[in-house]
Design a protein around this ligand. Structure first.
Ligand SMILES: *[C@@H]1O[C@H](CO)[C@@H](O)[C@H](O)[C@H]1NC(C)=O
Ligand SMILES: *[C@@H]1O[C@H](CO)[C@@H](O)[C@H](O)[C@H]1NC(C)=O
Length: 266
């Protein structure tokens, strides 16, 4: 799937910020900044236990490189709000985005989870109930705006492309300095990200944004143990595993897979 050309993304993104980012309203929960959590699909699919139609590792069309895990409001003191009051998730609001969300914000799981007492539902419902709803003071109360803005942020701050253009390619053998990877992202966004690993495989890159969704250095408290269990820490040399899809489910999907194989570079 081709991503939107940059020429379209930039004005759309800026326009959207004007529309969707609201001035603070006193009654809403206050927070300090956002984290955009991006996961490396090749690492998410390293150990797939179970295949089902919702698991991106088993889908014929899966995005290479980074996909969205979530956009989280955060406090400067190293904690984050969760399960705030507000508009309930409504899947009809994002039905127009769904095709793109399936690709850019997929689930890597067959198990549905519930957050904050809401019923077990999609990963999008989970992220909304746990995190998205807490951004109500900044992103107008619309479920749609939260998902659309997050998706635009993935495309606009295209970390997959930044790494590719800096020579860091998906590979099962090459290893790279995690400091160099961090620096490559930092030099393009003028803001320091956080890189987390699963063993020596890059699992997650977190970008931090102010409440106008401009990149900022991720606060250093975030690299402390409050956020990062020691098992998430990266060794000095890391890999970006290639995406290996698992047992793709049906024959017809296998045929789709073939017709797409030339399109995906990542
Ligand atoms: C962090 O800050 C928030 C907002 O000011 C506050 O509600 C929360 O209790 C604080 N948590 C800690 C552990 O200090
Ligand atoms: C899948 O969901 C289960 C249950 O919610 C959770 O424990 C597990 O970490 C999830 N796996 C992934 C890859 O997200």
């Amino acid at each position: 799937m081709a991503s939107l050309p940059k020429l379209i993304i930039l004005p759309l993104f800026l326009l959207l910020l004007g529309i969707a980012v609201a001035p603070l309203k006193a009654k809403d929960p206050e927070f300090d900044y956002f984290t955009l959590s991006l996961v490396w699909s090749g690492t998410m699919c390293l150990n797939v236990k179970e295949c089902c139609s919702t698991n991106a590792c088993c889908k014929p069309i899966a995005k290479r490189g980074f996909t969205i895990r979530g956009l989280w409001p955060e406090y400067n003191n190293g904690t984050r709000p969760s399960c705030c009051n507000g508009e309930a998730f409504n899947k009809n609001e994002i039905s127009g985005l769904r095709k793109y969300l399936e690709y850019e914000w997929p689930s890597y799981n067959c198990t549905l989870s519930s957050a904050c007492g809401s019923p077990k539902e999609s990963n999008w419902a989970y992220e909304w109930a746990k995190h998205g709803i807490c951004a109500n003071s900044v992103i107008y109360h619309h479920v749609f705006n939260y998902f659309f803005l997050t998706q635009m942020a993935l495309r606009f701050y295209d970390v997959t492309r930044i790494l590719k253009n800096s020579g860091y390619r998906a590979s099962d053998s090459a290893d790279y300095s995690v400091r160099d990877i961090t620096f490559a992202i930092r030099s393009r966004l003028s803001a320091t990200p956080i890189v987390l690993c699963y063993g020596d495989a890059v699992k997650e890159v977190q970008l931090c944004f102010n409440k106008k969704l401009q990149p900022i250095d991720c606060p250093t408290t975030k690299s402390g143990l409050l956020y990062k269990s020691s098992s998430d820490e990266c060794p000095s040399r890391v890999r970006l595993p290639k995406l290996r899809k698992k047992n793709v489910i049906s024959e017809s999907e296998k045929m789709n897979d073939l017709s797409f194989s030339g399109v995906q570079n990542w």
